[in-house]
Design a protein around this ligand. Structure first.
Ligand code: GLU
Length: 263
């Protein structure tokens, strides 16, 4: 039986390495496939909140910089340029399929403060009632520490909690969690279900992600752990081909499923 059959509200997280080419430019083919699949989720009766990275990468490409930004100031400036590009592309693709995007840019103090959290929850619920697809990113240009959430994997967990989602689908650049690094070991085995995140599971995660993304597997496991504690499961799948979302919609088993504690 498909894992999303009973999931009304879905958070879909998509990372920079999936959304952009190595030079930072937006991978339009992927974004188009992604928006079409998300539109089909909507048409099938699901509510979708997207957590999308790619602002810094898109800004870097648009500004024709020689090297990927390293300083906080450069990253914040790139995000200011790129976020507009990103939401423009989402808006134009989603419009083709008759769906409306709503940009939400978050900072950590929003989830740390009870009153502000209440406001953002109300905004999510209102937008979802209106039939919109909220597209969330960290407000990188004003975040005090740059990436306060520790990256968009963590952000996706807080967003899922705030909007009371039933599941997070994390579109990654790898098929899921392996018991060792599949890029180094041919005999690495994909783990299809994690009941409990413990030291063994964490030890499978290895190091950081790609040069353009921030996450890596450990960030995804940490995000799954935060969400699982709130009763929200997380599925990690490979977003290289966004049509994987159709497999999920069709009830096929793909990726690694982190079961929530209250499952
Ligand atoms: N917020 C960053 C961006 O949009 C990405 C953070 C991340 O990849 O985790 O570029």
């Amino acid at each position: 039986m498909g894992i999303i059959k009973n999931c009304k509200r879905i958070v879909i997280k998509i990372g920079t390495s999936t959304l952009t080419y190595q030079n930072g430019s937006l991978n339009l083919r992927r974004i188009e496939l992604l928006t079409r699949a998300v539109s089909d989720f909507k048409n099938a009766g699901h509510e979708v909140v997207m957590v999308s990275s790619g602002a810094v990468g898109a800004g870097f490409a648009r500004l024709n910089m020689n090297a990927y930004p390293q300083t906080l100031e450069e990253k914040q400036a790139c995000a200011a340029v790129g976020q507009g590009q990103l939401i423009k592309i989402y808006d134009s693709f989603f419009s083709v399929y008759g769906h409306t995007v709503a940009q939400i840019l978050m900072t950590k103090d929003v989830v740390d403060d009870k009153t502000r959290l209440e406001h953002i929850k109300n905004t999510f619920f209102t937008l979802l009632n209106m039939g919109c697809v909220p597209v969330v990113n960290e407000n990188d240009s004003v975040s005090c520490e740059g990436i306060e959430f520790g990256g968009n994997d963590t952000l996706s967990a807080y967003v899922a909690i705030a909007c009371e989602a039933d599941i997070i689908i994390n579109l990654s650049d790898i098929d899921g969690l392996y018991n060792k690094d599949p890029r180094k070991f041919d005999d690495a085995v994909l783990i299809d279900r994690v009941e409990k995140i413990d030291d063994t599971i964490r030890s499978y995660a290895g190091g950081a992600g790609t040069a353009r993304g921030t996450g890596g597997m450990i960030a995804k496991i940490n995000a799954a752990s935060i969400a699982n504690d709130y009763g929200i499961p997380m599925l990690i799948v490979n977003g290289e081909n966004p049509c994987v979302l159709y497999d999920i919609l069709d009830g096929k088993h793909v990726g690694t499923y982190f079961a929530a504690r209250k499952d």
